[in-house]
Design a protein around this ligand. Structure first.
Ligand code: L34
Length: 293
């Protein structure tokens, strides 16, 4: 069993991005600028956004964090998005999800100028990604593919089972894994809460991507010997053993599943750090106008 070290890969990619940013600056180019909107005080979101801002610093980007109380109205939030769309210094921006119930996430996503949508959530980017055109690819799926690539894990012709059908992970990662590309070229099965024979399907998988957000859902008896397991879950489970009072828990029963795997990602330190890296990469592309003019 080989552990896929997402943290180490992410650190390496950050160095690559930092070198490119230094080059851009040395040539008198514009410093890439990411803006992040966060609404309310969700513990996970605050942590992830803090990581995003810190990572911008590490690679030499400019970043702006706009934090609003959960009481902000949808109209006010849409107004803030309009300002960022129109700000020529901002290359890309994201609105951290989830949002409070009274705000429509879909409306917010569609309000973002797709040319600045470095999360790759806008229908134009999702559509372009699904037909293989240049686009901003959402960060978590892009991070997963980058890990497969850097570990030289063969995907062509393999059976990949994706558990979860969210717009952020399940749907886009299944599109990417079936794409005629490398990584990609896999036979993809998407399972979700209504799937009847989930265990049987998982047992046929060469690669399992668990992205359902249910702690330790994937058990050892659902995994074939030698499978590759990618754990996307990051649920904060209460724990008396940690200082913070919770433990970040993946969708995979790691302890029992890992011995059966050829490769497996841990939580934390697997997909999470790669998500942040992919966002940096998209922001760099936005700054260079590499996808849209
Ligand atoms: N708009 N909303 C928008 N874009 C995103 O790309 C996200 N996502 C998901 C939630 N909402 C979003 C993230 O940023 C999940 N996510 C995310 C980002 C980073 C990490 C996990 C999830 C991460 O850094 N995880 C670390 C541990 C972090 C900790 O200490 O809590 C890890 O090693 O897994």
């Amino acid at each position: 069993m080989q552990l896929i070290d997402g943290k180490a890969v992410a650190d390496q990619i950050k160095q690559e991005i930092a070198a490119e940013v230094a080059q851009i600056k040395a040539n008198g180019g514009k410093t890439p600028h990411l803006a992040v909107i966060i609404v309310g005080h969700d513990g996970g979101s605050e942590t992830y956004v803090a990581h995003k801002v810190k990572s911008c610093e590490q690679v030499g980007f400019k970043s702006t964090k706009l934090a609003f109380e959960a009481s902000i109205t949808e109209e006010e939030l849409l107004g803030q998005i309009k300002l960022l769309n129109e700000d020529p210094d901002v290359d890309g921006f994201i609105v951290q999800l989830p949002l409070p119930k009274h705000i429509s996430e879909q409306k917010v996503i569609e309000a973002i100028d797709y040319r600045k949508d470095v999360d790759g959530f806008h229908p134009i980017n999702v559509g372009r990604m699904s037909i293989g055109l240049p686009s901003f690819v959402s960060a978590t799926p892009a991070g997963i593919l980058e890990l497969l690539k850097r570990y030289d894990i063969k995907t062509s012709g393999k059976h990949c089972v994706v558990i979860g059908r969210s717009n952020i992970v399940g749907k886009p990662v299944s599109m990417l894994m079936m794409q005629k590309a490398c990584p990609g070229d896999a036979t993809v099965t998407v399972c979700h809460s209504r799937t009847k024979n989930l265990k049987e399907l998982c047992l046929q998988a060469d690669i399992i991507i668990a992205a359902l957000g249910s702690p330790k859902f994937l058990k050892a008896d659902m995994v074939k010997e030698g499978a590759v397991v990618i754990d996307v879950g990051t649920t904060r489970v209460p724990s008396p053993l940690t200082k913070t009072g919770f433990k970040l828990t993946g969708d995979v029963d790691f302890e029992n599943v890992a011995p059966k795997c050829s490769y497996i990602t841990p939580v934390p330190g697997g997909v999470g750090p790669m998500t942040i890296c992919s966002l940096l990469r998209n922001t760099l592309l936005a700054g260079k106008k590499a996808i849209y003019k």
